[in-house]
Design a protein around this ligand. Structure first.
Ligand code: ADE
Length: 253
C-alpha cells in the first residue's frame, strides 16, 4: 500500500490530523515524533514539519528514508505576496524558490548551487488534486468555519490560487522586505519558511510533493488581529478539510 507523508507546519493542524487516525502509533526519530496510522483507508505518516528550511528538510528526509513515503503533502500558513492573494485565501504551490539563496557571483541569484536551477516544481497531478479539494472546501467555507468566524476574520469569498511560493529563513513582517521580495521575485504568490527545502529533498528522491498554504497575513507591517486564533479557527480547519476532501477524492490504492 502506498504511504502518504503529511507534514503539518503547526501543532494545531497536526492535532486535527491525528484526531482522524484511529490507530496511530508514535515513532521517535531525530528528536521528532512521527505518527503512523490510517486515514480513510490510506496509510499515512503524519509529523510536525518544524520551522525553517533545515529543520523541514530533515523531517522530509526521515519521512522518505525511514518511513518510505511515496507521496508527500505539506500544509501550513503563508504570507500573501501576489496582488489579490488575501488573508483567508489558499495557495497551492506549483513551484518553490528559496528567496534567501544567493551564491552570486559564483551562481545566479536564487540558483541552488550544483542543481542548475532556482525553482523546484511540485508534482502537477498532486497539486491539481489539492487545488480541486481546496476549491471544494472553500466553496463551503461557512460550513467548515462557521458563519461567525467568516464574519469575524472578514473572509469574503475566499479563493484558491496556484503558483510560485517562496521560502526563506525569515518571517517577513515589514512592507519594506515584502516589497523587496516582490521586486526580486515578481511571480511569487506567497512566502513561508519551509516549502522550497522540502521540494528540493523530494526532487532529490523523486518523491511526488505538493503543498497547500492558508494565507494568514500579507507579509507586511499590519499585525494580524490574532494570529493564534486565526491558525486555530481558520487555517487548521482548512488544512484538515482540504486533506480530508483530497483523500475522499483520491482513488483507493
Ligand atoms: N508564514 C506565515 N506568514 C509568514 C510570513 N509573513 N513570512 C514567513 N512565513 C510566514
Amino acid at each position: 500500500m502506498a504511504v502518504i507523508g503529511i507534514m503539518s507546519a503547526m501543532h494545531e493542524e497536526l492535532a486535527a490530523v491525528l484526531a482522524c487516525l484511529p490507530d496511530e502509533q508514535r515513532v521517535a526519530v531525530a528528536g521528532r515524533e512521527f505518527w503512523l496510522g490510517h486515514w480513510q483507508g490510506h496509510a499515512v505518516v503524519a509529523v510536525l514539519s518544524r520551522i525553517g528550511k533545515v529543520a523541514a528538510a530533515t523531517t522530509a528526509t526521515v519521512l522518505i528514508e525511514r518511513f518510505h513515503v511515496d507521496t508527500l503533502v505539506f500544509t501550513g500558513v503563508a504570507g500573501g505576496m501576489g496582488s489579490g492573494v488575501r488573508v483567508g485565501d489558499v495557495v497551492v504551490a506549483n513551484g518553490f524558490v528559496q528567496h534567501d539563496m544567493d551564491a552570486s557571483p559564483l551562481f545566479p541569484r536564487h540558483e541552488v548551487p550544483l542543481y542548475g536551477r532556482a525553482r523546484f516544481e511540485t508534482d502537477a497531478n498532486l497539486s491539481a488534486q489539492l487545488a480541486e479539494a481546496g476549491q471544494q472546501v472553500l466553496a463551503q467555507a461557512a460550513q467548515h468555519l462557521g458563519a461567525g468566524t467568516l464574519a469575524e476574520f472578514q473572509l469574503d469569498s475566499p479563493r484558491v490560487h496556484q503558483g510560485l511560493v517562496i521560502s526563506g529563513d525569515r518571517f517577513v513582517a515589514t512592507s519594506t522586505e515584502s516589497q523587496a521580495l516582490r521586486l526580486a521575485l515578481p511571480d511569487a504568490l506567497a512566502v513561508e519558511m519551509e516549502g522550497a527545502a522540502v521540494a528540493q529533498v523530494c526532487h532529490d528522491y523523486a518523491v511526488p510533493f505538493a503543498a497547500v498554504r492558508t494565507i494568514s497575513d500579507r507579509a507586511d507591517d499590519a499585525a494580524h488581529t490574532d494570529f493564534n486564533r486565526f491558525i486555530r479557527e481558520v487555517a487548521s480547519r482548512y488544512s484538515l478539510a482540504i486533506l480530508s476532501q483530497w483523500l475522499t477524492n483520491r482513488p483507493p490504492d
